[in-house]
Design a protein around this ligand. Structure first.
Ligand code: FES
Ligand SMILES: [Fe+2]
Length: 392
């Protein structure tokens, strides 16, 4: 399965299309079949690194947040040495969920609410009351998932990463996050994302398949009809896209004359992020990093979306805006212009994604033809389709 993460860039859909000029959208089952959804979740969300949140959500030892996906729940926490861990939220005694809060702080230990088995912040079992003499606590640590950080973004891989007792079914070794991300760390190094801090978070419930959110994010052909405010800031045909890869697709969009960032009036009320090139100051980079991370890099802030599928036709979306702390410390620091703009745009996008889902649910839906300008969408569909075929 890991060979899917090969580094060979996908050829442009346009090139691939020479023998097949008409590319079409995916069949109905890719969006409307609960069984297909569950198998796709295994392929994409339990077999790849997914973005879980930000390291600055865990400033102190014991701080944690939890994330859930299908039947799994994961605790992401920081230990006293500063390391971040992702621990399956499953007690090693009788399996009880350890922690049901979305976020909080452990006081040095994680204690099961059932019979008080107690673990340290890296998942090591410290205390197991009433167990017989000779019971070996070292053999019962919490199951650890893969956990790594890219420039302030915490990624997890929801597969057991530590030896278990008794052993779990054999898994191939975890791939490295770095191998999945490819050239993204170098590509976006100038933004110094680890330095940024959360300004606002809004969580949306969207009645649409997660892939419809990705597809919609990857094109601006809908901008003139759906986003009148956004259309005043970008030209909808102005995207300069990079060659899609197995990991991501995206590109940059420049501003219309007089526009300096994405805000209600196009004005920029914060300094440029330090270290940006002149061209980076004049564009927004929009990247879909599969499967669940949408990264929008502005000249003066970044916006992130993480997608959390809840059903074949339902997705929770966590949208966050991150700013430079020097700007946040200013008495006149202002973010409402950016939040209001993107909240409006988000809601327009979620609405149309829900309308897409509703139409695709119909018995008369058939795959429809893509235009040449929708090549990023087709490149993503191809990844989805090939995985489904290969692992069928
Ligand atoms: S189930 Fe956790 S201590 Fe018993
Ligand atoms: Fe949109």
């Amino acid at each position: 399965m890991i060979d899917f993460l090969e580094r060979e860039p996908f050829r442009r859909a346009r090139d691939l299309g020479r023998t097949n000029p008409m590319h079409t959208t995916l069949p109905r089952r890719f969006y409307a079949d609960p069984d297909f959804y569950r198998s796709e979740l295994e392929r994409f969300y339990f077999n790849r690194w997914i973005c879980a949140g930000r390291a600055d959500q865990l400033p102190n030892s014991g701080d944690y947040f939890t994330r859930s996906l299908a039947d799994e729940s994961i605790i992401v926490t920081r230990d006293s040495a500063g390391a971040i861990h992702a621990l399956f939220n499953v007690c090693r005694h009788r399996g009880t969920r350890l922690c049901e809060q979305a976020e909080g702080r452990f006081v040095e230990r994680i204690q099961c609410p059932y019979h008080a088995w107690t673990y340290d912040l890296s998942g090591r079992l410290l205390a197991a009351p009433h167990m017989a003499a000779g019971f070996c606590k070292d053999e019962y640590p919490l199951h650890r998932a893969g956990c790594d950080v890219w420039d302030g973004h915490v990624f997890v891989l929801l597969r057991p990463a530590n030896p278990a007792h008794p052993p779990l079914p054999a898994h191939p070794p975890l791939p490295a996050l770095r191998d999945q991300l490819g050239d993204l760390p170098e590509r976006f190094a100038a933004y110094r994302m680890a330095d940024l801090r959360l300004g606002r978070r809004i969580v949306y419930e969207v009645k649409a398949n997660w892939k419809l959110i990705v597809l919609n994010y990857n094109e601006c052909l809908h901008c003139p009809t759906l986003h009148p405010a956004l259309n005043k800031l970008h030209h909808y045909l102005g995207a300069d896209n990079v060659t899609p890869t197995a990991c991501y697709c995206g590109g940059a969009m420049g501003f219309r004359d007089g526009v300096e960032t994405m805000s209600m009036d196009g004005k920029r009320r914060r300094e440029y992020l330090p270290g940006l090139s002149e061209s980076q100051r004049q564009q927004v980079a929009y990247y879909s990093i599969y499967p669940n991370f949408l990264l929008s890099l502005h000249p003066d802030y970044i916006m992130t979306h993480t997608l959390w599928p809840r059903a074949h036709d339902r997705t929770e979306i966590v949208c966050e805006w991150h700013f430079h702390p020097d700007q946040m410390a200013k008495p006149d620091f202002h973010i409402d212009d950016a939040i209001e703009f993107w909240d409006l745009t988000n809601r327009q996008d979620w609405w149309i994604a829900e309308q897409s889902q509703a139409g695709i649910n119909s018995r008369v839906y058939q795959p429809g033809p893509y235009s040449e300008r929708e090549e990023l969408l087709w490149s993503f569909d191809e990844i989805v389709r090939r995985e489904a075929e290969r692992l069928a």
